[in-house]
Design a protein around this ligand. Structure first.
Ligand SMILES: [Zn+2]
Length: 243
C-alpha cells in the first residue's frame, strides 16, 4: 500500500510539473491551431471565388459567341428579305429576325449578370489577398514563438514524460482511472498532502483520528469534502526523494 500511495503521489508530482510547462506555453498552442484553421478556411474561400470568376467568364464568352452567331443570322435574313418574292415569305423572315433579336436581348442580359458575378468574385478575391497575407504572417510568427518555447522546455518535457511512463507502468489500471477521474474533476490535483491537519487541495479539516490513520500509509483515504486522495508527509518526502 505504501508503494501504491507513493506511486500515485509521484504521478501527481510529474503531472503537476507537466501542467506548469503547458501553462508557460500559455495560449500559444491554441492560437496557432485557431490561426491555422482560419487560414485554411480563407484559402478555400479564395479558391472557390477564383473558380466562380473563371466559370462566369467562360460562360460569358460562350454567350458572346452565341450573340455574334445570332447577329450574323439576322444579317442573312435581311439579305434574304430582298430576294423573296411573296409577302408571306417576307413575313416569315421578319418573324425570324424578331425572334433572333429577342434571343440576343435575353443573352445580353445574361452576359451582364455573368460579368457582374465575375467582377464581384474578383473584388472579393482582391479583398482576401491582403487579409490572408496578414494572417499568414501572424501564423508564421506565432509558430516561431511556439517552436522557441517548445525547444526551451523540450528536454524537461521529455524527461517528465519518460518519468511519467515509468510511474504509470507501476500503477494498476483501476488506480490510474481513479487518479485520472479525480484529476479531471479537481483542477488537475488528485493526490494531495495533508497540511496542518487540512486537505492540501480544498483545505477542509481532517480529523485527528484520520490523520493518525493516514500516517499508517495503509489505506486510500479521500478528503471528505473534495474527494482527493490524501497522503502523509512521509509519502510526500519519500516520493520527492525518488524523483
Ligand atoms: Zn479536500
Amino acid at each position: 500500500m505504501e508503494n501504491r500511495l507513493r506511486s500515485l503521489y509521484l504521478l501527481q508530482l510529474v503531472d503537476s510539473n507537466l501542467d506548469e510547462l503547458q501553462e508557460m506555453k500559455g495560449d500559444l498552442p491554441q492560437i496557432v491551431a485557431d490561426l491555422t484553421e482560419t487560414v485554411k478556411q480563407k484559402l478555400a474561400n479564395k479558391k472557390e471565388l477564383e473558380e466562380t470568376f473563371k466559370k462566369s467568364m467562360v460562360t460569358r464568352d460562350k454567350t458572346d459567341v452565341e450573340i455574334l452567331a445570332l447577329k450574323e443570322k439576322i444579317e442573312k435574313y435581311k439579305t434574304q428579305q430582298f430576294q423573296v418574292k411573296t409577302n408571306k415569305q417576307y413575313d416569315i423572315l421578319a418573324r425570324e429576325i424578331d425572334l433572333s433579336q429577342e434571343k440576343i436581348t435575353k443573352l445580353q442580359k445574361d452576359m451582364e449578370l455573368l460579368e457582374g458575378k465575375a467582377m464581384l468574385a474578383k473584388e472579393d478575391v482582391e479583398k482576401l489577398i491582403p487579409e490572408l497575407e496578414t494572417l499568414q504572417t501572424e501564423l508564421a510568427n506565432r509558430k516561431k514563438e511556439l517552436a522557441a518555447v517548445n525547444k526551451e522546455h523540450e528536454e524537461e518535457e521529455l524527461k517528465l514524460q519518460h518519468q511519467r511512463e515509468k510511474i504509470t507502468n507501476k500503477i494498476s489500471k483501476a488506480d490510474y482511472q481513479m487518479y485520472s477521474r479525480i484529476r479531471g474533476a479537481e483542477e488537475g490535483r488528485a493526490i494531495v498532502a495533508v497540511q496542518r491537519n487540512s486537505c492540501g487541495g480544498c483545505f477542509n479539516r481532517v480529523t485527528p483520528q484520520r490523520v493518525l490513520e493516514l500516517r499508517k500509509n495503509a489505506a486510500l483515504i479521500a478528503c471528505e469534502r473534495c474527494g482527493r486522495i490524501l497522503v502523509s508527509d512521509e509519502i510526500v518526502e519519500s516520493a520527492k526523494k525518488s524523483l
